[in-house]
Design a protein around this ligand. Structure first.
Ligand code: HEM
Length: 486
Protein backbone atom coordinates (compact mmCIF):
# COMPACT_ATOMS: atom_id res chain seq x y z
CA UNK A 1 0.00 0.00 0.00
CA UNK A 2 2.72 2.42 1.08
CA UNK A 3 4.61 1.66 -2.15
CA UNK A 4 1.53 2.36 -4.24
CA UNK A 5 1.07 5.77 -2.60
CA UNK A 6 4.80 6.49 -2.97
CA UNK A 7 4.81 5.60 -6.67
CA UNK A 8 1.62 7.55 -7.28
CA UNK A 9 3.06 10.71 -5.69
CA UNK A 10 6.21 10.36 -7.78
CA UNK A 11 4.23 9.81 -10.94
CA UNK A 12 2.20 12.96 -10.25
CA UNK A 13 5.37 14.96 -9.48
CA UNK A 14 7.10 13.69 -12.60
CA UNK A 15 4.03 14.54 -14.65
CA UNK A 16 4.05 18.13 -13.37
CA UNK A 17 7.81 18.49 -13.96
CA UNK A 18 7.46 17.19 -17.50
CA UNK A 19 4.41 19.22 -18.39
CA UNK A 20 5.40 22.43 -16.61
CA UNK A 21 6.09 25.20 -19.05
CA UNK A 22 6.86 28.87 -18.80
CA UNK A 23 7.37 31.51 -21.45
CA UNK A 24 10.97 31.68 -22.63
CA UNK A 25 12.64 34.82 -23.95
CA UNK A 26 11.46 35.68 -27.45
CA UNK A 27 8.43 33.35 -27.37
CA UNK A 28 4.83 34.53 -27.91
CA UNK A 29 2.71 35.31 -24.81
CA UNK A 30 1.77 32.05 -23.07
CA UNK A 31 -1.74 31.48 -21.69
CA UNK A 32 -2.10 28.08 -20.05
CA UNK A 33 -5.58 28.60 -18.61
CA UNK A 34 -6.34 27.66 -15.02
CA UNK A 35 -7.28 23.99 -15.42
CA UNK A 36 -4.22 21.72 -15.20
CA UNK A 37 -3.42 19.84 -18.43
CA UNK A 38 -6.81 20.68 -20.05
CA UNK A 39 -5.96 24.39 -20.14
CA UNK A 40 -8.47 26.10 -22.44
CA UNK A 41 -9.84 22.88 -23.98
CA UNK A 42 -13.45 23.44 -22.86
CA UNK A 43 -13.73 26.99 -24.18
CA UNK A 44 -11.89 25.93 -27.32
CA UNK A 45 -14.42 23.18 -28.03
CA UNK A 46 -17.46 25.31 -27.21
CA UNK A 47 -16.85 28.30 -29.51
CA UNK A 48 -13.29 28.68 -30.72
CA UNK A 49 -14.01 31.83 -32.70
CA UNK A 50 -15.18 33.65 -29.57
CA UNK A 51 -12.30 32.23 -27.53
CA UNK A 52 -9.67 33.38 -30.02
CA UNK A 53 -11.21 36.86 -30.16
CA UNK A 54 -10.94 37.03 -26.39
CA UNK A 55 -7.29 35.91 -26.51
CA UNK A 56 -6.54 38.45 -29.25
CA UNK A 57 -7.96 41.26 -27.07
CA UNK A 58 -5.73 40.07 -24.23
CA UNK A 59 -2.47 39.25 -26.06
CA UNK A 60 -2.56 40.64 -29.61
CA UNK A 61 -2.04 38.89 -32.93
CA UNK A 62 0.09 36.01 -31.67
CA UNK A 63 -0.10 33.89 -28.51
CA UNK A 64 0.36 30.32 -27.30
CA UNK A 65 -2.48 28.51 -25.51
CA UNK A 66 -2.62 25.15 -23.78
CA UNK A 67 -5.36 22.88 -25.09
CA UNK A 68 -5.69 19.35 -23.69
CA UNK A 69 -1.97 19.01 -22.97
CA UNK A 70 -0.85 20.47 -26.33
CA UNK A 71 0.62 23.91 -26.85
CA UNK A 72 -0.87 25.73 -29.81
CA UNK A 73 0.50 29.03 -31.08
CA UNK A 74 -2.22 31.01 -32.82
CA UNK A 75 -1.32 33.64 -35.40
CA UNK A 76 -4.02 36.11 -36.40
CA UNK A 77 -2.17 38.68 -38.49
CA UNK A 78 -2.93 37.95 -42.17
CA UNK A 79 0.03 40.08 -43.28
CA UNK A 80 2.27 37.46 -41.62
CA UNK A 81 0.53 34.32 -42.96
CA UNK A 82 2.96 33.83 -45.86
CA UNK A 83 5.68 32.64 -43.51
CA UNK A 84 3.47 29.81 -42.32
CA UNK A 85 2.03 28.81 -45.65
CA UNK A 86 5.35 28.76 -47.46
CA UNK A 87 7.60 27.04 -44.96
CA UNK A 88 7.06 23.27 -45.25
CA UNK A 89 10.58 22.74 -43.85
CA UNK A 90 9.80 23.95 -40.33
CA UNK A 91 6.00 23.72 -40.38
CA UNK A 92 4.69 20.32 -41.40
CA UNK A 93 1.10 19.79 -42.54
CA UNK A 94 1.26 16.02 -43.02
CA UNK A 95 2.44 15.22 -39.53
CA UNK A 96 -0.48 17.07 -38.00
CA UNK A 97 -2.95 15.61 -40.55
CA UNK A 98 -1.79 12.08 -39.64
CA UNK A 99 -2.69 12.60 -35.98
CA UNK A 100 -6.14 13.87 -36.95
CA UNK A 101 -6.78 11.01 -39.37
CA UNK A 102 -5.76 8.50 -36.75
CA UNK A 103 -8.07 10.10 -34.21
CA UNK A 104 -11.09 10.35 -36.52
CA UNK A 105 -10.78 7.27 -38.72
CA UNK A 106 -8.30 5.14 -36.83
CA UNK A 107 -6.33 5.40 -40.05
CA UNK A 108 -2.60 4.67 -40.22
CA UNK A 109 -0.92 4.74 -43.62
CA UNK A 110 2.69 4.14 -44.73
CA UNK A 111 4.91 7.19 -44.53
CA UNK A 112 5.02 8.00 -48.25
CA UNK A 113 1.26 7.52 -48.74
CA UNK A 114 -0.16 11.06 -48.25
CA UNK A 115 2.21 12.59 -50.81
CA UNK A 116 1.55 9.83 -53.35
CA UNK A 117 -2.22 10.01 -52.99
CA UNK A 118 -2.12 13.80 -53.25
CA UNK A 119 -0.18 13.53 -56.53
CA UNK A 120 -2.81 11.10 -57.83
CA UNK A 121 -5.59 13.45 -56.78
CA UNK A 122 -3.95 16.36 -58.59
CA UNK A 123 -3.83 14.24 -61.75
CA UNK A 124 -7.61 13.75 -61.65
CA UNK A 125 -8.93 16.94 -60.06
CA UNK A 126 -6.70 19.57 -61.65
CA UNK A 127 -6.36 20.30 -65.38
CA UNK A 128 -7.99 18.60 -68.36
CA UNK A 129 -8.90 15.33 -66.57
CA UNK A 130 -11.31 17.33 -64.46
CA UNK A 131 -13.69 17.60 -67.44
CA UNK A 132 -14.72 13.96 -67.12
CA UNK A 133 -15.59 14.42 -63.42
CA UNK A 134 -17.42 17.67 -64.13
CA UNK A 135 -19.71 16.22 -66.75
CA UNK A 136 -20.41 13.09 -64.71
CA UNK A 137 -21.34 15.22 -61.67
CA UNK A 138 -23.47 17.41 -63.88
CA UNK A 139 -25.43 14.44 -65.22
CA UNK A 140 -25.96 13.05 -61.74
CA UNK A 141 -27.14 16.40 -60.43
CA UNK A 142 -29.72 16.72 -63.18
CA UNK A 143 -30.94 13.15 -62.75
CA UNK A 144 -31.17 13.48 -58.96
CA UNK A 145 -33.14 16.72 -59.18
CA UNK A 146 -35.51 15.21 -61.75
CA UNK A 147 -35.91 12.23 -59.42
CA UNK A 148 -36.90 14.59 -56.59
CA UNK A 149 -39.46 16.41 -58.73
CA UNK A 150 -40.77 15.56 -62.21
CA UNK A 151 -40.57 18.57 -64.54
CA UNK A 152 -44.36 18.52 -65.16
CA UNK A 153 -45.21 18.87 -61.46
CA UNK A 154 -47.33 21.95 -60.73
CA UNK A 155 -47.41 21.88 -56.93
CA UNK A 156 -44.89 23.30 -54.49
CA UNK A 157 -42.74 20.80 -52.65
CA UNK A 158 -41.64 21.62 -49.10
CA UNK A 159 -38.05 20.96 -48.12
CA UNK A 160 -35.43 21.91 -45.57
CA UNK A 161 -32.63 23.66 -47.42
CA UNK A 162 -29.61 22.28 -45.54
CA UNK A 163 -30.83 18.72 -45.72
CA UNK A 164 -31.84 19.13 -49.37
CA UNK A 165 -28.56 20.70 -50.57
CA UNK A 166 -26.32 18.34 -48.62
CA UNK A 167 -28.33 15.28 -49.74
CA UNK A 168 -28.32 16.12 -53.46
CA UNK A 169 -24.69 17.18 -53.61
CA UNK A 170 -23.47 14.29 -51.50
CA UNK A 171 -25.27 11.78 -53.70
CA UNK A 172 -24.04 13.39 -56.93
CA UNK A 173 -20.46 13.46 -55.63
CA UNK A 174 -20.67 9.92 -54.29
CA UNK A 175 -22.10 8.56 -57.56
CA UNK A 176 -19.45 10.37 -59.58
CA UNK A 177 -16.43 9.40 -57.54
CA UNK A 178 -17.28 6.20 -55.67
CA UNK A 179 -19.71 4.73 -58.19
CA UNK A 180 -22.72 3.77 -56.19
CA UNK A 181 -25.14 2.67 -58.90
CA UNK A 182 -26.88 -0.57 -57.99
CA UNK A 183 -26.19 -2.21 -61.35
CA UNK A 184 -22.50 -1.57 -60.86
CA UNK A 185 -22.23 -3.43 -57.59
CA UNK A 186 -21.95 -0.20 -55.64
CA UNK A 187 -23.91 0.78 -52.55
CA UNK A 188 -27.13 2.76 -52.63
CA UNK A 189 -26.25 6.47 -52.30
CA UNK A 190 -29.24 7.14 -50.01
CA UNK A 191 -28.02 4.53 -47.51
CA UNK A 192 -24.51 5.95 -47.63
CA UNK A 193 -25.82 9.48 -47.11
CA UNK A 194 -28.00 8.41 -44.17
CA UNK A 195 -25.07 6.77 -42.40
CA UNK A 196 -22.68 9.57 -43.36
CA UNK A 197 -24.95 12.19 -41.74
CA UNK A 198 -24.86 10.30 -38.42
CA UNK A 199 -21.08 10.14 -38.65
CA UNK A 200 -20.86 13.82 -39.60
CA UNK A 201 -22.95 14.71 -36.52
CA UNK A 202 -20.30 13.13 -34.29
CA UNK A 203 -17.35 14.58 -36.18
CA UNK A 204 -16.50 17.61 -34.07
CA UNK A 205 -16.38 15.53 -30.88
CA UNK A 206 -14.43 12.79 -32.66
CA UNK A 207 -11.85 15.29 -33.89
CA UNK A 208 -11.45 16.74 -30.39
CA UNK A 209 -11.51 13.36 -28.66
CA UNK A 210 -14.48 14.35 -26.48
CA UNK A 211 -17.03 11.62 -27.31
CA UNK A 212 -19.03 10.25 -24.38
CA UNK A 213 -18.87 6.42 -24.01
CA UNK A 214 -22.26 5.88 -25.69
CA UNK A 215 -21.32 8.28 -28.51
CA UNK A 216 -18.08 6.38 -28.97
CA UNK A 217 -20.03 3.17 -29.45
CA UNK A 218 -22.42 4.86 -31.90
CA UNK A 219 -19.48 6.30 -33.82
CA UNK A 220 -17.75 2.91 -34.08
CA UNK A 221 -20.97 1.30 -35.30
CA UNK A 222 -21.70 3.91 -37.93
CA UNK A 223 -18.10 3.87 -39.17
CA UNK A 224 -18.29 0.09 -39.49
CA UNK A 225 -21.47 0.35 -41.56
CA UNK A 226 -19.88 3.01 -43.77
CA UNK A 227 -16.76 0.89 -44.27
CA UNK A 228 -18.96 -1.97 -45.47
CA UNK A 229 -20.90 0.30 -47.81
CA UNK A 230 -17.68 1.72 -49.26
CA UNK A 231 -15.96 -1.65 -49.65
CA UNK A 232 -16.88 -2.13 -53.34
CA UNK A 233 -15.70 1.35 -54.39
CA UNK A 234 -12.74 1.26 -56.76
CA UNK A 235 -12.67 -2.55 -56.77
CA UNK A 236 -12.37 -4.64 -59.93
CA UNK A 237 -16.13 -5.43 -59.95
CA UNK A 238 -17.23 -1.86 -59.62
CA UNK A 239 -16.87 -0.28 -63.03
CA UNK A 240 -19.04 2.65 -61.94
CA UNK A 241 -16.42 4.25 -59.72
CA UNK A 242 -14.19 7.00 -61.06
CA UNK A 243 -10.75 6.32 -62.43
CA UNK A 244 -9.45 8.34 -59.46
CA UNK A 245 -10.91 5.92 -56.87
CA UNK A 246 -9.77 2.90 -58.89
CA UNK A 247 -6.29 4.39 -59.12
CA UNK A 248 -6.35 5.21 -55.41
CA UNK A 249 -7.22 1.67 -54.47
CA UNK A 250 -4.39 0.33 -56.65
CA UNK A 251 -1.97 2.79 -55.11
CA UNK A 252 -2.91 1.65 -51.61
CA UNK A 253 -2.42 -1.97 -52.65
CA UNK A 254 0.98 -1.17 -54.16
CA UNK A 255 1.96 0.47 -50.89
CA UNK A 256 1.06 -2.70 -48.99
CA UNK A 257 -2.02 -1.26 -47.25
CA UNK A 258 -4.33 -4.08 -46.11
CA UNK A 259 -8.06 -4.33 -47.03
CA UNK A 260 -9.21 -3.01 -43.68
CA UNK A 261 -7.04 0.14 -43.87
CA UNK A 262 -8.01 0.62 -47.54
CA UNK A 263 -11.67 0.94 -46.52
CA UNK A 264 -10.76 3.42 -43.78
CA UNK A 265 -8.79 5.42 -46.33
CA UNK A 266 -11.86 5.47 -48.60
CA UNK A 267 -14.00 6.79 -45.76
CA UNK A 268 -11.44 9.54 -45.14
CA UNK A 269 -11.61 10.45 -48.86
CA UNK A 270 -15.42 10.43 -48.76
CA UNK A 271 -15.23 12.97 -45.96
CA UNK A 272 -12.55 15.10 -47.68
CA UNK A 273 -14.44 15.22 -50.98
CA UNK A 274 -18.04 15.53 -49.73
CA UNK A 275 -17.92 17.17 -46.31
CA UNK A 276 -17.75 20.81 -47.42
CA UNK A 277 -19.49 21.07 -50.78
CA UNK A 278 -23.10 20.46 -49.61
CA UNK A 279 -22.89 22.86 -46.64
CA UNK A 280 -21.32 25.56 -48.86
CA UNK A 281 -24.15 25.22 -51.40
CA UNK A 282 -26.70 25.43 -48.58
CA UNK A 283 -25.32 28.73 -47.27
CA UNK A 284 -25.15 30.21 -50.75
CA UNK A 285 -28.72 29.27 -51.71
CA UNK A 286 -29.89 30.39 -48.26
CA UNK A 287 -28.27 33.81 -48.67
CA UNK A 288 -29.81 34.14 -52.14
CA UNK A 289 -33.26 33.26 -50.78
CA UNK A 290 -32.98 35.75 -47.92
CA UNK A 291 -31.50 38.51 -50.16
CA UNK A 292 -33.83 38.99 -53.15
CA UNK A 293 -31.46 41.51 -54.84
CA UNK A 294 -28.71 38.92 -54.84
CA UNK A 295 -31.05 36.25 -56.21
CA UNK A 296 -32.13 38.57 -59.04
CA UNK A 297 -28.54 39.44 -59.95
CA UNK A 298 -27.39 35.79 -60.00
CA UNK A 299 -30.47 34.69 -62.00
CA UNK A 300 -29.86 37.45 -64.53
CA UNK A 301 -26.24 36.42 -64.99
CA UNK A 302 -27.13 32.75 -65.38
CA UNK A 303 -29.79 33.60 -67.94
CA UNK A 304 -27.19 35.54 -69.96
CA UNK A 305 -24.80 32.57 -69.73
CA UNK A 306 -27.40 29.99 -70.75
CA UNK A 307 -28.37 32.09 -73.79
CA UNK A 308 -24.77 32.19 -74.93
CA UNK A 309 -23.99 28.47 -74.47
CA UNK A 310 -25.49 25.58 -76.39
CA UNK A 311 -26.16 23.18 -73.56
CA UNK A 312 -26.61 23.34 -69.78
CA UNK A 313 -23.68 20.98 -69.41
CA UNK A 314 -21.37 23.65 -70.79
CA UNK A 315 -21.62 25.60 -67.59
CA UNK A 316 -19.39 23.03 -65.99
CA UNK A 317 -17.42 21.69 -68.93
CA UNK A 318 -15.98 24.89 -70.32
CA UNK A 319 -14.72 27.96 -68.47
CA UNK A 320 -17.53 30.52 -68.23
CA UNK A 321 -17.37 34.02 -66.93
CA UNK A 322 -19.76 34.40 -63.96
CA UNK A 323 -18.37 37.26 -61.85
CA UNK A 324 -21.65 37.85 -59.99
CA UNK A 325 -21.98 34.22 -58.97
CA UNK A 326 -18.26 34.11 -58.11
CA UNK A 327 -18.63 37.14 -55.86
CA UNK A 328 -21.71 35.68 -54.14
CA UNK A 329 -19.83 32.41 -53.55
CA UNK A 330 -16.72 34.21 -52.27
CA UNK A 331 -18.90 36.22 -49.90
CA UNK A 332 -20.68 33.06 -48.72
CA UNK A 333 -17.38 31.32 -48.02
CA UNK A 334 -16.02 34.41 -46.26
CA UNK A 335 -18.93 34.08 -43.82
CA UNK A 336 -19.06 30.30 -43.43
CA UNK A 337 -15.68 28.69 -44.18
CA UNK A 338 -13.88 28.35 -40.87
CA UNK A 339 -11.06 25.81 -41.15
CA UNK A 340 -7.98 25.84 -38.98
CA UNK A 341 -4.81 25.95 -41.02
CA UNK A 342 -2.64 23.89 -38.70
CA UNK A 343 1.02 22.92 -38.97
CA UNK A 344 3.32 21.03 -36.63
CA UNK A 345 6.52 22.88 -35.73
CA UNK A 346 9.15 20.28 -36.70
CA UNK A 347 12.16 22.51 -36.15
CA UNK A 348 12.56 25.69 -34.12
CA UNK A 349 11.58 28.71 -36.18
CA UNK A 350 11.73 32.47 -35.85
CA UNK A 351 8.56 34.08 -37.08
CA UNK A 352 8.95 37.64 -38.37
CA UNK A 353 5.71 39.54 -37.90
CA UNK A 354 4.68 42.25 -40.35
CA UNK A 355 4.95 44.85 -37.54
CA UNK A 356 8.67 44.05 -37.12
CA UNK A 357 8.40 41.86 -33.99
CA UNK A 358 10.03 38.43 -33.97
CA UNK A 359 8.86 35.35 -32.11
CA UNK A 360 10.45 31.98 -31.48
CA UNK A 361 8.32 28.91 -32.20
CA UNK A 362 9.11 25.81 -30.16
CA UNK A 363 9.69 22.46 -31.83
CA UNK A 364 6.84 20.04 -31.08
CA UNK A 365 4.20 22.76 -30.71
CA UNK A 366 1.43 23.40 -33.19
CA UNK A 367 0.98 26.57 -35.17
CA UNK A 368 -2.49 27.50 -36.15
CA UNK A 369 -4.03 30.18 -38.37
CA UNK A 370 -7.73 30.91 -38.08
CA UNK A 371 -8.54 33.02 -41.15
CA UNK A 372 -12.24 33.10 -40.26
CA UNK A 373 -11.51 35.59 -37.44
CA UNK A 374 -8.87 37.39 -39.42
CA UNK A 375 -9.10 38.39 -42.26
CA UNK A 376 -12.62 37.10 -43.04
CA UNK A 377 -14.57 38.72 -40.19
CA UNK A 378 -12.25 41.66 -39.57
CA UNK A 379 -14.25 44.96 -39.56
CA UNK A 380 -11.10 46.82 -40.58
CA UNK A 381 -11.13 44.89 -43.86
CA UNK A 382 -14.85 44.35 -44.42
CA UNK A 383 -17.45 46.94 -43.55
CA UNK A 384 -20.25 45.26 -41.53
CA UNK A 385 -18.51 41.87 -41.71
CA UNK A 386 -21.52 39.91 -40.36
CA UNK A 387 -23.66 40.97 -43.34
CA UNK A 388 -23.97 39.09 -46.62
CA UNK A 389 -23.31 41.46 -49.54
CA UNK A 390 -23.35 39.54 -52.80
CA UNK A 391 -21.35 42.22 -54.66
CA UNK A 392 -18.61 42.65 -52.05
CA UNK A 393 -16.12 41.00 -54.40
CA UNK A 394 -17.13 43.00 -57.48
CA UNK A 395 -15.61 46.24 -58.76
CA UNK A 396 -17.85 49.01 -60.06
CA UNK A 397 -17.16 47.88 -63.65
CA UNK A 398 -18.40 44.36 -62.83
CA UNK A 399 -14.98 42.71 -62.74
CA UNK A 400 -13.75 40.60 -59.81
CA UNK A 401 -12.52 42.64 -56.85
CA UNK A 402 -9.44 41.24 -55.15
CA UNK A 403 -7.82 44.26 -53.58
CA UNK A 404 -8.44 44.75 -49.87
CA UNK A 405 -6.43 46.55 -47.22
CA UNK A 406 -5.56 46.22 -43.55
CA UNK A 407 -3.53 48.83 -41.71
CA UNK A 408 -3.13 50.74 -44.98
CA UNK A 409 -1.34 47.78 -46.61
CA UNK A 410 -2.77 45.61 -49.38
CA UNK A 411 -3.60 42.08 -48.26
CA UNK A 412 -2.28 39.03 -50.07
CA UNK A 413 -4.78 36.86 -48.20
CA UNK A 414 -8.16 38.57 -47.86
CA UNK A 415 -10.18 35.34 -47.52
CA UNK A 416 -8.89 31.78 -47.17
CA UNK A 417 -11.69 29.22 -47.47
CA UNK A 418 -9.43 26.86 -49.44
CA UNK A 419 -6.27 27.28 -47.41
CA UNK A 420 -3.29 28.37 -49.52
CA UNK A 421 0.19 27.43 -50.69
CA UNK A 422 1.49 23.87 -51.01
CA UNK A 423 -1.28 22.38 -48.90
CA UNK A 424 -4.14 24.40 -50.33
CA UNK A 425 -7.27 22.57 -51.46
CA UNK A 426 -6.71 20.23 -54.40
CA UNK A 427 -10.43 20.00 -55.11
CA UNK A 428 -11.15 23.74 -55.30
CA UNK A 429 -12.02 23.91 -59.01
CA UNK A 430 -14.12 20.77 -58.88
CA UNK A 431 -15.98 22.06 -55.80
CA UNK A 432 -16.64 25.48 -57.37
CA UNK A 433 -17.88 23.89 -60.61
CA UNK A 434 -20.19 21.54 -58.70
CA UNK A 435 -21.68 24.28 -56.52
CA UNK A 436 -22.13 26.56 -59.53
CA UNK A 437 -23.91 23.86 -61.51
CA UNK A 438 -26.20 23.00 -58.58
CA UNK A 439 -27.12 26.62 -57.92
CA UNK A 440 -27.60 27.19 -61.64
CA UNK A 441 -30.01 24.25 -61.92
CA UNK A 442 -31.95 25.36 -58.85
CA UNK A 443 -32.36 29.03 -59.70
CA UNK A 444 -33.01 28.62 -63.43
CA UNK A 445 -35.21 25.51 -63.42
CA UNK A 446 -37.25 26.13 -60.27
CA UNK A 447 -39.21 28.79 -58.48
CA UNK A 448 -37.99 28.84 -54.90
CA UNK A 449 -39.61 30.51 -51.90
CA UNK A 450 -38.99 30.69 -48.19
CA UNK A 451 -41.94 29.13 -46.38
CA UNK A 452 -41.82 32.02 -43.94
CA UNK A 453 -41.15 35.09 -46.10
CA UNK A 454 -39.42 36.83 -43.16
CA UNK A 455 -37.21 33.91 -42.17
CA UNK A 456 -33.59 34.73 -41.33
CA UNK A 457 -30.57 32.54 -41.90
CA UNK A 458 -30.14 30.02 -39.07
CA UNK A 459 -27.38 30.48 -36.49
CA UNK A 460 -24.14 28.57 -36.97
CA UNK A 461 -23.25 25.55 -34.87
CA UNK A 462 -20.36 27.03 -32.88
CA UNK A 463 -18.87 23.60 -32.09
CA UNK A 464 -17.84 23.25 -35.76
CA UNK A 465 -15.45 26.20 -35.89
CA UNK A 466 -12.09 24.89 -37.05
CA UNK A 467 -13.47 21.92 -38.99
CA UNK A 468 -14.08 23.51 -42.39
CA UNK A 469 -17.48 24.68 -43.64
CA UNK A 470 -19.80 25.64 -40.82
CA UNK A 471 -23.19 24.01 -40.41
CA UNK A 472 -26.43 25.56 -39.20
CA UNK A 473 -28.30 24.95 -35.98
CA UNK A 474 -31.69 23.83 -37.30
CA UNK A 475 -32.56 24.44 -40.94
CA UNK A 476 -34.23 26.86 -43.36
CA UNK A 477 -37.65 25.81 -44.66
CA UNK A 478 -38.33 26.49 -48.32
CA UNK A 479 -40.49 25.25 -51.15
CA UNK A 480 -39.84 24.86 -54.84
CA UNK A 481 -41.54 23.81 -58.07
CA UNK A 482 -40.58 23.75 -61.76
CA UNK A 483 -40.54 27.20 -63.35
CA UNK A 484 -43.41 27.93 -65.72
CA UNK A 485 -41.10 29.41 -68.30
CA UNK A 486 -38.99 26.28 -68.60
C1 HEM B 1 -16.45 23.89 -50.57
C2 HEM B 1 -15.65 22.85 -50.65
C3 HEM B 1 -14.26 22.73 -50.07
C4 HEM B 1 -13.58 23.57 -49.21
C5 HEM B 1 -14.07 24.87 -48.56
C6 HEM B 1 -12.26 22.99 -48.99
C7 HEM B 1 -11.27 23.52 -48.17
C8 HEM B 1 -10.04 22.95 -47.93
C9 HEM B 1 -9.07 23.44 -46.97
C10 HEM B 1 -9.24 24.66 -46.08
C11 HEM B 1 -8.00 22.60 -46.98
C12 HEM B 1 -6.79 22.62 -46.04
C13 HEM B 1 -5.70 23.54 -46.43
C14 HEM B 1 -4.58 23.64 -45.38
O1 HEM B 1 -4.64 23.08 -44.28
O2 HEM B 1 -3.64 24.34 -45.68
C15 HEM B 1 -8.29 21.59 -47.97
C16 HEM B 1 -7.42 20.57 -48.28
C17 HEM B 1 -7.72 19.58 -49.18
N1 HEM B 1 -8.87 19.47 -49.94
FE1 HEM B 1 -10.48 20.70 -49.92
N2 HEM B 1 -12.16 21.84 -49.73
C18 HEM B 1 -13.35 21.64 -50.40
C19 HEM B 1 -13.66 20.61 -51.26
C20 HEM B 1 -12.79 19.66 -51.66
C21 HEM B 1 -13.06 18.64 -52.67
C22 HEM B 1 -14.36 18.51 -53.49
C23 HEM B 1 -11.97 17.87 -52.76
C24 HEM B 1 -11.81 16.70 -53.68
C25 HEM B 1 -10.94 16.59 -54.57
C26 HEM B 1 -10.97 18.38 -51.80
C27 HEM B 1 -9.69 17.85 -51.60
C28 HEM B 1 -8.76 18.35 -50.71
C29 HEM B 1 -7.46 17.71 -50.44
C30 HEM B 1 -6.93 16.43 -51.06
C31 HEM B 1 -6.80 18.50 -49.48
C32 HEM B 1 -5.43 18.24 -48.82
C33 HEM B 1 -4.32 18.94 -49.55
C34 HEM B 1 -2.93 18.49 -49.04
O3 HEM B 1 -2.76 17.33 -48.67
O4 HEM B 1 -2.01 19.29 -49.05
N3 HEM B 1 -11.50 19.47 -51.18
N4 HEM B 1 -9.53 21.83 -48.54
Amino acid sequence: MIWTVFLLIHAVLLYFILTHRSRSKGEPPLDKGIVPWLGHALEFGRDVSKFLNRMKQKHGDIFTVRVAGRYVTVLLDPHSYDQVIHDPESLDFTRYARVLMDRIFNLRLPHQQPERSKALMKKHFVGTNLNALNSSTSRHLQALLKGEMPSNQKHWKDEELFDFSYRILFKAGYLTLFGGEQNNNGSDPSRVYQEYKVFDGLLSKLARGTLKPEEKKASQKVQQRLLELLAPAGGAENQGSSSWVRGYRLLLQEDGVDEDMQKKALLMQLWATQGNVGPAAFWLLGYLLTNPDAMTAVRKEFSRVSQSTTSELNLMDTPVNTPVFDSALEETLRLTAAPFITREVVQEKTLHMSDGHEYLLRKGDRLCLFPFNSPQMDPEIYHEPQKFKFDRFLNKDGSAKNIFYKGGKQLKYFSMPWGAGTNGCVGKQYAVNTIRKFVYLMVTNYDMQLRDAHAQMPEVDASRYGLGLLQPVGDLNFRYRPRETH
